[in-house]
Design a protein around this ligand. Structure first.
Ligand code: NAI
Length: 339
């Protein structure tokens, strides 16, 4: 690592809340920060000229072409301000000698609590109830929910977020089924969770919640076949990554009643839409537009991470990752998977 400016960081796709929390966290780091609203792509990579460290967000495309441009401009570190890293071509980064760091755990509670909030909202139709009472409609028809107590929740991926979520739902008195190819989480086992195969989880859960990373192996893990194998009328929650679910297949499953409720915080084609106000534009994505018409579907725009505590932790870990890397003691590195 060699650089004239080891402590300068350019942040792409940044909003006022990023600037606020990074500036607050930076009081203990003293890094020179440059906030840009632009997405990082092959056109905007030029803005990073002279910055050894670049900080993209989840919908910035950090592919080989972008990395090559960043490298030519002197960038040697991609300091992600996210846990997920599916938007980075790690092989290209490795080939170019660009280190990639991430924020592995900032607030598992933020995401887990948002998933729990989606379940309560869908089950008790809170989104519809609030809209009704505002219009002076105090009727209850169509708002009938079910007790979570005694029902079964399936947790797909029991890493830091999934296990936190599983414990919250165990607190409601739900039976927890878990699936993870890695070792089981002992704290979940202590709450009575049972690890089963994915097929068994899907077939037996009243609520299925996705908490695994987007990898080639998990792309479209919830497709038409998986939806058909779920309990009729079950609820699906995705706060993981949009690509885990085949969006087109959701529409048929919702129309037939096979899928009873759907909560999405992430969407396959969210790039270019989420995090921005498009209310004055016609929505061009027909699948998303159709999903938004179902009364038993709620969609939030990738906001599960969005708590004060999480933002501060993201900022301080990202800046700490930069300083550690600049001092030759890198941490929270993301390695390219074996080819
Ligand atoms: P983590 O790395 O602690 O846990 C991921 C777990 O998924 C691991 O236990 C891993 O073994 C498991 N896994 C891997 N392949 C799997 C498969 N094929 N099926 C089931 N499980 C599998 O990650 P963490 O922090 O719990 O985050 C999980 C995901 O949540 C992230 O990868 C990210 O995509 C998403 N996320 C979403 C946010 C939002 O705002 N909506 C915010 C933060 C993370």
């Amino acid at each position: 690592m060699s650089s004239a400016h080891p402590h300068r960081l350019i942040l792409f796709s940044s909003r006022q809340y990023d600037a606020d929390t990074f500036c607050q966290a930076n009081e203990s780091f003293g890094v020179e920060l440059d906030f840009r609203e632009a997405h990082l792509d092959a056109q905007t990579a030029i803005l990073a000229q002279g910055f050894t460290a670049v900080c993209p967000f989840v919908n910035d495309l950090v592919d080989a072409a972008v990395l090559e441009k960043l490298h030519a401009g002197g960038t040697r570190l991609v300091a992600l301000r996210s846990a997920g890293f599916n938007h980075v071509d790690l092989h290209a980064a490795k080939r170019l000698g660009i280190a990639v760091t991430r924020v592995p755990a900032y607030s598992p509670h933020a995401v887990a609590e948002h998933a729990a909030g989606m379940i309560l909202t869908l089950n008790r139709r809170l989104h519809r109830a609030v809209a009704r009472t505002r219009e002076g409609d105090f009727s209850l028809n169509g708002l009938l929910g079910f007790d979570l107590y005694g029902k079964t929740v399936g947790v797909v991926g029991t890493g830091i977020i999934g296990r936190t979520f599983g414990k919250i739902m165990a607190g409601f008195g739900m039976q927890v089924l878990a699936y993870d190819p890695g070792p089981p989480a002992t704290d979940l086992l202590e709450r009575g969770a049972r690890y089963v195969a994915l097929d068994e989880l899907l077939a037996n859960s009243d609520v299925v919640s996705l908490h695994c990373p987007l990898l080639p192996a998990t792309y479209h893990m919830i497709d038409e076949r998986a939806l058909a194998s779920m309990k009729r009328g079950a609820m699906l929650i995705n706060t993981g990554r949009g690509g885990l679910v085949e969006s087109n297949a959701l529409i048929g499953a919702l129309k037939s009643g096979q899928l009873g409720h759907l909560g999405l915080d992430v969407y396959e084609e969210e790039g270019g839409l989420f995090f921005e106000d498009h209310s004055d534009h016609l929505l061009q994505d027909d699948v998303l537009a159709r999903l938004l018409t179902f009364p038993n579907v709620i969609i939030t725009a990738h906001q599960a991470f969005f708590t004060r505590e999480a933002l501060i932790e993201i900022a301080s870990t990202t800046l700490g990752n930069l300083i550690a890397w600049a001092n030759g003691t890198p941490r929270n590195l993301v390695d390219a998977p074996a080819a």
